[in-house]
Design a protein around this ligand. Structure first.
Ligand SMILES: C[S@@+](CC[C@H](N)C(=O)[O-])C[C@H]1O[C@@H](n2cnc3c(N)ncnc32)[C@H](O)[C@@H]1O
Length: 181
């Protein structure tokens, strides 16, 4: 299971900031999907920020992760991206596997395919039909993630992309994007 790291914390900070703009009654009607939930850090951030636990769906491809999330009493589904997910959401959070495959890294929690953009591309295509009308995605990427195809797809699917923050971590830069449906 992925232990929360710099990327997790950067995304978590942005979730807090994003949700702080809503009033209590507004927060109570927001439905969230925590895709690739891992330790559940992002779902927990949502709960601390006022989102009702019953309105958060945690999803992951990894059976061990699913066991862990269930033990934390989070609503959980095992799914390869949206394969087993039917609902629509106001907010979808994803700290994806975003690194290109290398000799040293073939793990499914960090490696997003040969180039590093494959999982994100599939995710963005599938997410379109799981977002409410003005639904948003908060997505983390890295300077090691090739962005060309991702940016082309964002245009093609009529999403709008806004950079919320960036942070240098040694030789890598991390980014958090708000992607609007
Ligand atoms: C970088 S970790 C992020 C974990 C956690 N959300 C965080 O911010 O620390 C990526 C997570 O995505 C999951 N994952 C990888 N490929 C997936 C897929 N195709 N569908 C769903 N989850 C996936 C991994 O099992 C892992 O838990």
């Amino acid at each position: 299971m992925y232990n929360p790291a710099e990327d997790s914390f950067l995304l978590s900070e942005q979730i807090k900031l994003y949700l702080s703009k809503f009033s209590k009654p507004q927060l109570s009607s927001i439905h969230v999907l925590d895709m690739g939930s891992g330790s559940g850090i992002q779902a927990k951030t949502c709960i601390k920020s006022g989102i009702s636990k019953k309105n958060i769906l945690c999803s992951d491809i990894d059976s061990e992760v699913i066991k862990h999330l269930k033990s934390k009493k989070l609503i959980t589904i095992k799914s390869n991206l949206f394969k087993n997910i039917k609902q629509k959401f106001d907010l979808i959070i994803f700290n994806p596997p975003y690194l290109p495959e290398s000799e040293h890294d073939k793990q499914k929690d960090t490696t997003g395919g040969k180039q590093g953009d494959e999982t994100i591309i599939k995710f963005l295509k599938q997410a379109k039909s799981h977002l409410e009308k003005k639904g948003k995605i908060l997505l983390l990427t890295s300077s090691f993630t090739p962005m060309k195809k991702i940016n082309q797809l964002i245009k093609k699917l009529n999403y709008k992309k806004i950079k919320l923050t960036e942070k240098n971590i040694f030789f890598e830069k991390l980014y958090v994007w708000e992607i609007i449906n």
